[in-house]
Design a binder for this molecule. Structure first.
Ligand code: PEP
Ligand code: MG
Length: 538
Protein backbone atom coordinates (compact mmCIF):
# COMPACT_ATOMS: atom_id res chain seq x y z
CA UNK A 1 0.00 0.00 0.00
CA UNK A 2 1.22 3.51 -0.81
CA UNK A 3 0.21 6.58 1.16
CA UNK A 4 -0.36 10.11 -0.01
CA UNK A 5 -2.72 12.99 0.70
CA UNK A 6 -6.42 12.43 -0.01
CA UNK A 7 -7.14 15.57 -2.02
CA UNK A 8 -10.40 14.94 -3.82
CA UNK A 9 -13.08 12.79 -2.23
CA UNK A 10 -14.30 9.50 -3.61
CA UNK A 11 -12.98 6.03 -4.37
CA UNK A 12 -11.29 5.34 -7.68
CA UNK A 13 -10.93 1.76 -8.88
CA UNK A 14 -9.33 0.96 -12.20
CA UNK A 15 -6.24 0.24 -14.28
CA UNK A 16 -3.08 2.32 -14.03
CA UNK A 17 -2.21 4.57 -16.98
CA UNK A 18 1.19 6.21 -16.55
CA UNK A 19 1.78 9.69 -17.88
CA UNK A 20 5.57 9.98 -18.03
CA UNK A 21 7.50 13.23 -18.24
CA UNK A 22 8.99 13.57 -21.69
CA UNK A 23 12.64 14.18 -22.20
CA UNK A 24 13.50 15.77 -25.52
CA UNK A 25 17.17 14.95 -25.90
CA UNK A 26 18.70 14.43 -29.35
CA UNK A 27 22.35 14.50 -28.28
CA UNK A 28 22.80 10.84 -29.24
CA UNK A 29 21.31 11.10 -32.75
CA UNK A 30 24.04 10.82 -35.44
CA UNK A 31 24.17 12.70 -38.76
CA UNK A 32 24.20 10.35 -41.75
CA UNK A 33 23.87 12.44 -44.88
CA UNK A 34 21.96 15.55 -45.92
CA UNK A 35 19.38 13.71 -48.04
CA UNK A 36 18.51 11.27 -45.25
CA UNK A 37 18.13 14.13 -42.77
CA UNK A 38 15.99 16.11 -45.23
CA UNK A 39 13.76 13.06 -45.74
CA UNK A 40 13.43 12.62 -41.97
CA UNK A 41 12.49 16.28 -41.67
CA UNK A 42 9.93 16.06 -44.49
CA UNK A 43 8.36 12.91 -43.01
CA UNK A 44 8.09 14.57 -39.61
CA UNK A 45 6.48 17.67 -41.14
CA UNK A 46 3.99 15.56 -43.15
CA UNK A 47 3.14 13.55 -40.07
CA UNK A 48 2.70 16.73 -38.00
CA UNK A 49 0.38 18.24 -40.62
CA UNK A 50 -1.74 15.06 -40.82
CA UNK A 51 -2.05 14.81 -37.04
CA UNK A 52 -2.85 18.50 -36.72
CA UNK A 53 -5.54 18.35 -39.41
CA UNK A 54 -7.17 15.46 -37.58
CA UNK A 55 -7.04 17.36 -34.29
CA UNK A 56 -8.52 20.42 -36.02
CA UNK A 57 -11.53 18.42 -37.14
CA UNK A 58 -12.22 17.02 -33.69
CA UNK A 59 -11.66 20.44 -32.08
CA UNK A 60 -14.17 22.02 -34.43
CA UNK A 61 -16.76 19.59 -33.09
CA UNK A 62 -15.81 19.75 -29.40
CA UNK A 63 -14.52 23.27 -28.81
CA UNK A 64 -15.49 25.36 -31.80
CA UNK A 65 -13.86 27.00 -34.81
CA UNK A 66 -11.82 29.49 -32.80
CA UNK A 67 -9.62 26.89 -31.10
CA UNK A 68 -9.22 25.02 -34.39
CA UNK A 69 -8.01 28.21 -36.09
CA UNK A 70 -4.92 28.25 -33.87
CA UNK A 71 -3.96 24.80 -35.13
CA UNK A 72 -4.68 25.74 -38.72
CA UNK A 73 -2.22 28.60 -38.14
CA UNK A 74 0.43 26.01 -37.14
CA UNK A 75 -0.03 24.21 -40.45
CA UNK A 76 0.26 27.47 -42.36
CA UNK A 77 3.50 28.35 -40.59
CA UNK A 78 5.08 25.05 -41.51
CA UNK A 79 3.88 25.38 -45.07
CA UNK A 80 5.74 28.69 -45.25
CA UNK A 81 8.66 27.96 -47.64
CA UNK A 82 10.96 30.30 -45.72
CA UNK A 83 10.85 28.27 -42.51
CA UNK A 84 11.37 24.97 -44.32
CA UNK A 85 14.20 26.28 -46.51
CA UNK A 86 16.00 27.60 -43.40
CA UNK A 87 15.84 24.13 -41.87
CA UNK A 88 17.09 22.52 -45.06
CA UNK A 89 19.98 25.00 -45.24
CA UNK A 90 20.93 24.03 -41.70
CA UNK A 91 20.91 20.36 -42.68
CA UNK A 92 23.17 21.18 -45.67
CA UNK A 93 25.46 22.82 -43.15
CA UNK A 94 25.80 19.51 -41.25
CA UNK A 95 22.94 19.61 -38.74
CA UNK A 96 20.75 16.60 -37.98
CA UNK A 97 17.02 17.21 -38.58
CA UNK A 98 16.37 17.67 -34.85
CA UNK A 99 19.02 20.36 -34.50
CA UNK A 100 17.80 22.11 -37.65
CA UNK A 101 14.25 22.23 -36.24
CA UNK A 102 15.49 23.40 -32.85
CA UNK A 103 17.75 26.13 -34.29
CA UNK A 104 15.30 27.57 -36.81
CA UNK A 105 12.34 27.47 -34.43
CA UNK A 106 14.38 29.18 -31.70
CA UNK A 107 15.32 31.89 -34.16
CA UNK A 108 11.63 32.54 -34.92
CA UNK A 109 10.73 32.38 -31.22
CA UNK A 110 13.36 35.03 -30.38
CA UNK A 111 12.23 37.19 -33.27
CA UNK A 112 8.51 37.01 -32.39
CA UNK A 113 9.01 37.48 -28.68
CA UNK A 114 11.21 40.55 -29.05
CA UNK A 115 8.42 42.56 -30.70
CA UNK A 116 6.24 44.59 -28.36
CA UNK A 117 2.95 43.36 -29.75
CA UNK A 118 0.67 40.75 -28.22
CA UNK A 119 -0.33 39.05 -31.45
CA UNK A 120 3.26 38.67 -32.56
CA UNK A 121 4.23 37.34 -29.11
CA UNK A 122 1.46 34.77 -29.47
CA UNK A 123 3.14 33.53 -32.65
CA UNK A 124 6.27 32.79 -30.61
CA UNK A 125 4.22 30.45 -28.48
CA UNK A 126 2.81 28.80 -31.62
CA UNK A 127 6.35 28.14 -32.87
CA UNK A 128 7.25 26.61 -29.48
CA UNK A 129 4.34 24.18 -29.84
CA UNK A 130 5.40 23.30 -33.40
CA UNK A 131 9.00 22.75 -32.31
CA UNK A 132 8.03 20.42 -29.48
CA UNK A 133 5.69 18.39 -31.70
CA UNK A 134 8.25 18.03 -34.51
CA UNK A 135 11.00 16.96 -32.10
CA UNK A 136 8.72 14.38 -30.51
CA UNK A 137 7.88 12.94 -33.92
CA UNK A 138 11.55 12.87 -35.01
CA UNK A 139 12.63 11.15 -31.80
CA UNK A 140 9.69 8.74 -31.84
CA UNK A 141 8.50 9.91 -28.43
CA UNK A 142 4.98 8.71 -27.83
CA UNK A 143 2.86 10.61 -25.37
CA UNK A 144 -0.33 9.30 -23.88
CA UNK A 145 -3.37 11.04 -25.34
CA UNK A 146 -5.12 11.81 -22.06
CA UNK A 147 -8.41 12.54 -23.80
CA UNK A 148 -8.52 9.01 -25.23
CA UNK A 149 -7.67 6.79 -22.22
CA UNK A 150 -10.12 3.90 -21.85
CA UNK A 151 -12.92 3.85 -19.31
CA UNK A 152 -11.80 2.91 -15.79
CA UNK A 153 -8.33 4.49 -16.07
CA UNK A 154 -6.41 5.65 -13.01
CA UNK A 155 -4.01 8.34 -14.23
CA UNK A 156 -0.59 8.48 -12.59
CA UNK A 157 1.80 11.36 -13.18
CA UNK A 158 4.40 13.42 -11.42
CA UNK A 159 1.96 16.32 -11.56
CA UNK A 160 -0.93 17.47 -13.71
CA UNK A 161 -0.75 20.81 -15.47
CA UNK A 162 -4.00 22.64 -16.20
CA UNK A 163 -3.73 21.73 -19.89
CA UNK A 164 -3.30 18.03 -19.05
CA UNK A 165 -6.29 18.28 -16.76
CA UNK A 166 -8.40 20.02 -19.38
CA UNK A 167 -7.98 16.98 -21.64
CA UNK A 168 -9.39 14.60 -19.04
CA UNK A 169 -12.65 12.97 -19.96
CA UNK A 170 -14.20 12.48 -16.56
CA UNK A 171 -16.35 9.57 -17.77
CA UNK A 172 -13.22 7.51 -18.35
CA UNK A 173 -10.96 8.58 -15.50
CA UNK A 174 -11.61 6.84 -12.16
CA UNK A 175 -8.89 8.59 -10.17
CA UNK A 176 -5.78 10.74 -10.31
CA UNK A 177 -2.54 10.00 -8.45
CA UNK A 178 0.42 12.38 -8.40
CA UNK A 179 3.84 12.53 -6.77
CA UNK A 180 3.57 16.16 -5.68
CA UNK A 181 0.97 18.60 -4.37
CA UNK A 182 -1.27 19.00 -1.37
CA UNK A 183 -4.96 19.59 -0.66
CA UNK A 184 -4.80 23.13 -2.00
CA UNK A 185 -2.48 22.54 -4.95
CA UNK A 186 -3.83 23.19 -8.39
CA UNK A 187 -4.08 19.51 -9.34
CA UNK A 188 -6.26 19.06 -6.26
CA UNK A 189 -8.41 22.06 -7.05
CA UNK A 190 -8.94 20.88 -10.61
CA UNK A 191 -9.66 17.27 -9.58
CA UNK A 192 -12.27 18.45 -7.11
CA UNK A 193 -13.79 20.78 -9.69
CA UNK A 194 -14.26 17.76 -11.94
CA UNK A 195 -15.40 15.44 -9.15
CA UNK A 196 -12.57 12.95 -9.73
CA UNK A 197 -11.05 11.20 -6.66
CA UNK A 198 -7.41 12.20 -6.21
CA UNK A 199 -4.48 11.16 -4.05
CA UNK A 200 -1.48 13.49 -4.22
CA UNK A 201 2.06 13.49 -2.84
CA UNK A 202 2.50 9.73 -3.30
CA UNK A 203 6.25 9.33 -3.21
CA UNK A 204 7.66 7.76 -6.42
CA UNK A 205 4.18 6.79 -7.62
CA UNK A 206 5.31 6.73 -11.26
CA UNK A 207 8.10 4.29 -10.37
CA UNK A 208 6.23 2.07 -7.93
CA UNK A 209 3.15 1.60 -10.10
CA UNK A 210 3.36 -0.25 -13.40
CA UNK A 211 1.16 0.40 -16.43
CA UNK A 212 -1.99 -1.74 -16.38
CA UNK A 213 -1.89 -2.69 -12.68
CA UNK A 214 -5.17 -2.75 -10.79
CA UNK A 215 -5.39 0.29 -8.50
CA UNK A 216 -7.66 1.39 -5.69
CA UNK A 217 -7.28 5.07 -4.74
CA UNK A 218 -8.98 6.33 -1.60
CA UNK A 219 -9.47 10.08 -2.01
CA UNK A 220 -10.48 10.43 1.67
CA UNK A 221 -7.55 8.78 3.45
CA UNK A 222 -4.90 9.02 0.73
CA UNK A 223 -4.34 5.25 0.61
CA UNK A 224 -3.39 3.68 -2.71
CA UNK A 225 -3.56 -0.12 -3.17
CA UNK A 226 -1.68 -1.79 -6.01
CA UNK A 227 -3.20 -5.08 -7.20
CA UNK A 228 -5.47 -5.31 -4.14
CA UNK A 229 -6.68 -8.68 -2.84
CA UNK A 230 -10.18 -9.81 -3.82
CA UNK A 231 -11.30 -9.00 -0.28
CA UNK A 232 -9.89 -5.47 -0.35
CA UNK A 233 -11.38 -4.86 -3.74
CA UNK A 234 -14.79 -5.99 -2.55
CA UNK A 235 -14.53 -3.76 0.52
CA UNK A 236 -13.75 -0.72 -1.63
CA UNK A 237 -16.47 -1.48 -4.15
CA UNK A 238 -18.93 -1.44 -1.26
CA UNK A 239 -17.51 1.85 0.08
CA UNK A 240 -17.72 3.33 -3.40
CA UNK A 241 -21.36 2.25 -3.73
CA UNK A 242 -22.22 3.80 -0.36
CA UNK A 243 -20.45 7.04 -1.25
CA UNK A 244 -22.19 7.34 -4.60
CA UNK A 245 -25.55 6.66 -2.98
CA UNK A 246 -24.89 9.37 -0.43
CA UNK A 247 -23.82 11.76 -3.18
CA UNK A 248 -26.97 10.99 -5.08
CA UNK A 249 -29.10 11.84 -2.06
CA UNK A 250 -27.62 15.35 -2.09
CA UNK A 251 -29.42 16.01 -5.37
CA UNK A 252 -32.47 17.09 -3.37
CA UNK A 253 -30.46 20.23 -2.53
CA UNK A 254 -30.23 21.31 -6.16
CA UNK A 255 -32.06 24.61 -6.54
CA UNK A 256 -32.92 24.74 -2.84
CA UNK A 257 -32.57 28.04 -1.02
CA UNK A 258 -29.55 28.18 1.32
CA UNK A 259 -31.14 29.10 4.60
CA UNK A 260 -30.35 27.78 8.09
CA UNK A 261 -32.94 25.73 9.98
CA UNK A 262 -33.68 28.83 12.04
CA UNK A 263 -34.24 31.00 9.00
CA UNK A 264 -30.96 32.88 8.36
CA UNK A 265 -30.23 33.40 4.65
CA UNK A 266 -26.76 32.39 3.44
CA UNK A 267 -25.32 31.78 -0.02
CA UNK A 268 -23.21 28.99 -1.49
CA UNK A 269 -20.98 30.22 -4.30
CA UNK A 270 -18.35 28.32 -6.27
CA UNK A 271 -14.64 28.59 -7.02
CA UNK A 272 -13.64 28.24 -10.66
CA UNK A 273 -10.42 28.37 -12.66
CA UNK A 274 -11.73 28.35 -16.22
CA UNK A 275 -14.92 29.48 -17.96
CA UNK A 276 -15.79 25.81 -18.66
CA UNK A 277 -16.12 25.16 -14.91
CA UNK A 278 -19.29 27.27 -14.86
CA UNK A 279 -21.32 24.37 -16.26
CA UNK A 280 -20.50 22.35 -13.17
CA UNK A 281 -21.48 25.31 -10.99
CA UNK A 282 -24.86 25.61 -12.69
CA UNK A 283 -25.50 21.86 -12.52
CA UNK A 284 -25.02 22.07 -8.76
CA UNK A 285 -27.00 25.32 -8.51
CA UNK A 286 -24.18 27.51 -7.19
CA UNK A 287 -25.59 30.95 -6.41
CA UNK A 288 -22.60 32.87 -7.71
CA UNK A 289 -18.87 32.68 -8.34
CA UNK A 290 -16.99 33.53 -5.16
CA UNK A 291 -13.55 33.09 -6.66
CA UNK A 292 -12.44 33.03 -10.30
CA UNK A 293 -8.77 32.04 -10.09
CA UNK A 294 -7.63 33.94 -13.17
CA UNK A 295 -4.08 32.57 -13.04
CA UNK A 296 -5.38 29.45 -14.78
CA UNK A 297 -5.86 31.57 -17.91
CA UNK A 298 -2.15 32.41 -17.72
CA UNK A 299 -0.85 28.90 -17.08
CA UNK A 300 0.29 26.28 -19.51
CA UNK A 301 1.00 28.58 -22.38
CA UNK A 302 4.00 30.40 -23.69
CA UNK A 303 2.79 33.98 -23.57
CA UNK A 304 0.32 35.90 -21.45
CA UNK A 305 -3.30 35.98 -22.64
CA UNK A 306 -4.22 39.15 -24.50
CA UNK A 307 -6.71 41.68 -23.14
CA UNK A 308 -9.21 40.36 -25.69
CA UNK A 309 -8.76 36.75 -24.59
CA UNK A 310 -9.25 37.78 -20.99
CA UNK A 311 -12.28 39.92 -21.86
CA UNK A 312 -13.75 36.91 -23.67
CA UNK A 313 -13.24 34.63 -20.64
CA UNK A 314 -14.57 37.08 -18.04
CA UNK A 315 -17.56 38.24 -20.08
CA UNK A 316 -18.48 34.62 -20.91
CA UNK A 317 -18.61 33.76 -17.20
CA UNK A 318 -20.56 36.95 -16.40
CA UNK A 319 -23.06 36.25 -19.17
CA UNK A 320 -23.57 32.59 -18.28
CA UNK A 321 -24.03 33.44 -14.59
CA UNK A 322 -26.86 35.66 -15.76
CA UNK A 323 -26.79 38.50 -13.24
CA UNK A 324 -25.45 36.43 -10.34
CA UNK A 325 -22.34 37.71 -8.64
CA UNK A 326 -18.97 36.82 -10.23
CA UNK A 327 -15.92 37.68 -8.11
CA UNK A 328 -12.85 37.84 -10.32
CA UNK A 329 -9.56 37.64 -8.47
CA UNK A 330 -6.70 39.48 -10.10
CA UNK A 331 -3.65 37.46 -11.07
CA UNK A 332 -2.31 35.46 -8.11
CA UNK A 333 1.04 34.07 -9.19
CA UNK A 334 4.26 33.22 -7.44
CA UNK A 335 4.43 30.98 -4.39
CA UNK A 336 3.33 27.56 -5.66
CA UNK A 337 1.93 28.98 -8.91
CA UNK A 338 4.62 29.23 -11.53
CA UNK A 339 4.25 30.86 -14.93
CA UNK A 340 7.58 30.39 -16.71
CA UNK A 341 7.18 33.05 -19.42
CA UNK A 342 6.65 35.80 -16.83
CA UNK A 343 10.23 35.12 -15.78
CA UNK A 344 9.70 35.56 -12.06
CA UNK A 345 13.12 35.40 -10.48
CA UNK A 346 13.89 32.32 -8.36
CA UNK A 347 13.55 33.33 -4.75
CA UNK A 348 14.72 31.82 -1.46
CA UNK A 349 11.23 32.07 0.00
CA UNK A 350 8.72 32.27 -2.84
CA UNK A 351 5.72 32.24 -0.48
CA UNK A 352 7.09 35.36 1.19
CA UNK A 353 8.30 36.90 -2.02
CA UNK A 354 7.31 38.75 -5.13
CA UNK A 355 3.89 37.21 -5.64
CA UNK A 356 0.23 38.04 -6.30
CA UNK A 357 -0.66 41.75 -5.78
CA UNK A 358 3.02 42.58 -5.16
CA UNK A 359 3.98 41.30 -8.61
CA UNK A 360 1.01 43.00 -10.28
CA UNK A 361 1.69 46.41 -8.73
CA UNK A 362 5.28 46.19 -9.95
CA UNK A 363 4.13 45.18 -13.44
CA UNK A 364 1.42 47.76 -14.12
CA UNK A 365 1.14 46.97 -17.84
CA UNK A 366 0.21 43.35 -17.15
CA UNK A 367 -2.10 44.38 -14.29
CA UNK A 368 -3.83 47.11 -16.30
CA UNK A 369 -4.51 44.74 -19.17
CA UNK A 370 -6.35 42.44 -16.78
CA UNK A 371 -8.22 45.28 -15.08
CA UNK A 372 -9.33 46.72 -18.43
CA UNK A 373 -10.62 43.28 -19.50
CA UNK A 374 -12.55 42.97 -16.20
CA UNK A 375 -14.07 46.47 -16.44
CA UNK A 376 -15.15 45.86 -20.03
CA UNK A 377 -16.61 42.44 -19.15
CA UNK A 378 -18.57 43.98 -16.26
CA UNK A 379 -21.03 45.38 -18.80
CA UNK A 380 -22.27 41.80 -19.36
CA UNK A 381 -23.17 40.78 -15.81
CA UNK A 382 -22.51 41.36 -12.12
CA UNK A 383 -18.74 41.40 -11.73
CA UNK A 384 -16.70 42.30 -8.66
CA UNK A 385 -12.92 42.45 -8.50
CA UNK A 386 -10.86 40.95 -5.69
CA UNK A 387 -7.21 41.59 -4.78
CA UNK A 388 -5.11 38.67 -3.50
CA UNK A 389 -2.50 38.54 -0.73
CA UNK A 390 -3.16 42.00 0.67
CA UNK A 391 -0.96 42.80 3.68
CA UNK A 392 -1.24 46.58 4.03
CA UNK A 393 -3.42 49.55 3.15
CA UNK A 394 -0.87 50.96 0.71
CA UNK A 395 -1.43 47.97 -1.60
CA UNK A 396 -5.15 48.69 -1.64
CA UNK A 397 -4.58 52.39 -2.35
CA UNK A 398 -2.16 51.59 -5.19
CA UNK A 399 -4.47 48.99 -6.77
CA UNK A 400 -7.46 51.34 -6.53
CA UNK A 401 -5.45 54.11 -8.21
CA UNK A 402 -4.59 51.78 -11.10
CA UNK A 403 -8.23 50.70 -11.43
CA UNK A 404 -9.27 54.39 -11.55
CA UNK A 405 -6.62 55.04 -14.19
CA UNK A 406 -7.96 52.19 -16.32
CA UNK A 407 -11.50 53.56 -16.02
CA UNK A 408 -10.32 56.97 -17.19
CA UNK A 409 -8.45 55.50 -20.13
CA UNK A 410 -11.45 53.42 -21.19
CA UNK A 411 -13.73 56.45 -20.88
CA UNK A 412 -11.35 58.59 -22.92
CA UNK A 413 -11.15 56.04 -25.71
CA UNK A 414 -14.94 55.67 -25.73
CA UNK A 415 -14.76 51.97 -24.79
CA UNK A 416 -17.78 50.50 -23.05
CA UNK A 417 -17.09 49.53 -19.39
CA UNK A 418 -18.65 49.48 -15.95
CA UNK A 419 -17.14 50.31 -12.55
CA UNK A 420 -16.99 47.30 -10.22
CA UNK A 421 -17.05 46.83 -6.44
CA UNK A 422 -13.53 46.21 -5.11
CA UNK A 423 -12.79 43.65 -2.39
CA UNK A 424 -9.77 41.97 -0.86
CA UNK A 425 -8.79 38.48 0.12
CA UNK A 426 -8.00 38.10 3.79
CA UNK A 427 -5.32 35.46 3.62
CA UNK A 428 -2.41 36.87 5.61
CA UNK A 429 -2.24 37.41 9.38
CA UNK A 430 -1.38 41.03 8.61
CA UNK A 431 -4.65 41.55 6.73
CA UNK A 432 -6.55 39.97 9.62
CA UNK A 433 -4.93 42.29 12.13
CA UNK A 434 -5.84 45.39 10.09
CA UNK A 435 -9.20 44.04 8.88
CA UNK A 436 -10.99 46.88 10.70
CA UNK A 437 -8.99 49.39 8.62
CA UNK A 438 -9.28 47.44 5.38
CA UNK A 439 -13.04 47.26 5.85
CA UNK A 440 -13.16 51.07 5.55
CA UNK A 441 -11.50 50.90 2.13
CA UNK A 442 -13.22 48.04 0.30
CA UNK A 443 -16.69 46.71 -0.35
CA UNK A 444 -16.20 43.08 0.61
CA UNK A 445 -13.84 40.51 2.13
CA UNK A 446 -13.24 36.92 1.15
CA UNK A 447 -11.27 34.82 3.61
CA UNK A 448 -8.64 32.66 1.92
CA UNK A 449 -8.06 29.96 4.49
CA UNK A 450 -5.69 28.01 2.24
CA UNK A 451 -3.02 30.67 2.58
CA UNK A 452 -4.24 32.05 5.90
CA UNK A 453 -3.74 28.63 7.55
CA UNK A 454 -0.27 28.36 6.03
CA UNK A 455 0.88 31.83 7.03
CA UNK A 456 -0.69 31.68 10.50
CA UNK A 457 0.72 28.24 11.32
CA UNK A 458 4.01 28.92 9.48
CA UNK A 459 3.45 25.81 7.39
CA UNK A 460 4.12 25.31 3.68
CA UNK A 461 0.74 24.26 2.32
CA UNK A 462 2.30 21.83 -0.15
CA UNK A 463 4.72 20.08 2.22
CA UNK A 464 3.37 16.69 3.29
CA UNK A 465 5.88 16.44 6.17
CA UNK A 466 4.21 19.28 8.05
CA UNK A 467 0.66 18.68 6.82
CA UNK A 468 -0.52 17.74 10.33
CA UNK A 469 -0.07 21.37 11.37
CA UNK A 470 -1.90 22.61 8.30
CA UNK A 471 -5.36 22.70 9.81
CA UNK A 472 -7.90 25.53 9.72
CA UNK A 473 -9.37 24.14 12.97
CA UNK A 474 -6.29 25.28 14.90
CA UNK A 475 -7.40 27.87 17.49
CA UNK A 476 -5.12 30.54 16.03
CA UNK A 477 -6.69 30.19 12.57
CA UNK A 478 -10.19 30.12 14.05
CA UNK A 479 -9.47 33.33 15.95
CA UNK A 480 -8.19 34.97 12.76
CA UNK A 481 -11.38 33.99 10.92
CA UNK A 482 -13.61 35.18 13.74
CA UNK A 483 -11.84 38.52 13.97
CA UNK A 484 -12.15 39.10 10.23
CA UNK A 485 -15.86 38.30 10.13
CA UNK A 486 -16.56 40.50 13.15
CA UNK A 487 -14.67 43.46 11.66
CA UNK A 488 -16.50 43.08 8.35
CA UNK A 489 -19.84 42.98 10.17
CA UNK A 490 -18.97 46.03 12.24
CA UNK A 491 -18.22 47.97 9.04
CA UNK A 492 -21.32 46.58 7.32
CA UNK A 493 -19.52 44.96 4.38
CA UNK A 494 -20.11 41.51 2.87
CA UNK A 495 -17.80 38.74 4.05
CA UNK A 496 -17.31 35.39 2.37
CA UNK A 497 -14.82 32.56 2.48
CA UNK A 498 -13.26 31.01 -0.60
CA UNK A 499 -10.60 28.82 1.01
CA UNK A 500 -11.23 25.08 1.20
CA UNK A 501 -12.33 25.42 4.84
CA UNK A 502 -15.65 26.90 3.64
CA UNK A 503 -16.75 23.35 2.82
CA UNK A 504 -15.43 21.83 6.06
CA UNK A 505 -18.39 20.47 8.03
CA UNK A 506 -16.48 20.90 11.30
CA UNK A 507 -16.17 24.63 10.66
CA UNK A 508 -19.49 25.52 9.03
CA UNK A 509 -21.48 25.88 12.32
CA UNK A 510 -18.88 28.31 13.67
CA UNK A 511 -18.84 30.33 10.46
CA UNK A 512 -22.62 30.69 10.59
CA UNK A 513 -22.47 31.65 14.25
CA UNK A 514 -19.93 34.38 13.52
CA UNK A 515 -22.02 35.68 10.63
CA UNK A 516 -20.25 34.61 7.42
CA UNK A 517 -22.48 35.61 4.49
CA UNK A 518 -21.15 33.58 1.61
CA UNK A 519 -19.45 30.17 1.36
CA UNK A 520 -17.49 29.72 -1.86
CA UNK A 521 -16.54 26.11 -2.48
CA UNK A 522 -15.43 23.80 -5.24
CA UNK A 523 -18.45 23.04 -7.50
CA UNK A 524 -18.62 19.39 -6.39
CA UNK A 525 -18.98 20.50 -2.74
CA UNK A 526 -21.86 22.95 -3.28
CA UNK A 527 -24.67 20.58 -2.33
CA UNK A 528 -22.90 19.11 0.69
CA UNK A 529 -22.17 22.64 1.98
CA UNK A 530 -25.74 23.76 1.38
CA UNK A 531 -27.00 20.70 3.29
CA UNK A 532 -24.76 21.48 6.28
CA UNK A 533 -25.99 25.09 6.32
CA UNK A 534 -29.66 24.15 5.95
CA UNK A 535 -29.35 21.72 8.87
CA UNK A 536 -27.78 24.31 11.18
CA UNK A 537 -29.76 25.64 14.10
CA UNK A 538 -28.34 27.98 16.75
C1 PEP B 1 -6.75 30.78 -0.39
O1 PEP B 1 -5.57 31.07 -0.19
O2 PEP B 1 -7.52 30.36 0.50
C2 PEP B 1 -7.34 30.87 -1.73
C3 PEP B 1 -8.62 30.67 -1.94
O3 PEP B 1 -6.51 31.15 -2.77
P1 PEP B 1 -5.54 30.10 -3.48
O4 PEP B 1 -5.90 28.73 -2.95
O5 PEP B 1 -5.77 30.22 -4.94
O6 PEP B 1 -4.22 30.59 -3.04
MG1 MG C 1 -4.45 32.23 -1.64
Amino acid sequence: MLKGIGASQGYGIGKAVLIKDINIDYSKVKYTDAQTEKNRLQNAVDCFIDETKELCESLKKSAGDKEAEILEGHIMMLNDPFMMSQMQDNIDGGFIAEKAVDTVCNMFIDMFSSVDDELTNQRASDVRDIKESLLKILLGIETVDISKVPSGSVLIAKDFTPSMTSQINRENVSAIITEVGGVTSHSAILARAMGIPAVLSVLDATKKITEGEEIVADGFTGKVFINPSAQELEKYREKQGEYLKQKDSLKSYIGKETVTADGVKKAVYANIGRPEDVQNVLQNSGEGIGLFRTEFLFMDRNAEPTEEEQFEAYSTVARVMDGHEVIIRTLDIGGDKEIPYLKIEKEENPFLGHRAIRYCLDNPELFKKQIRAILRAAVYGYIKVMLPLITCLEEVYAAKAIIKECEMELAESGTEYKSVPIGVMIETPSAVLISDLLAQEVEFFSIGTNDLTGYTMAVDRGNSKVSKLYDAMQPSVLRAIEMTIKNAKKAGIQVGMCGEAAADSRLIPKLIEWGLDEFSVTPSSILQTRKAICEYKA
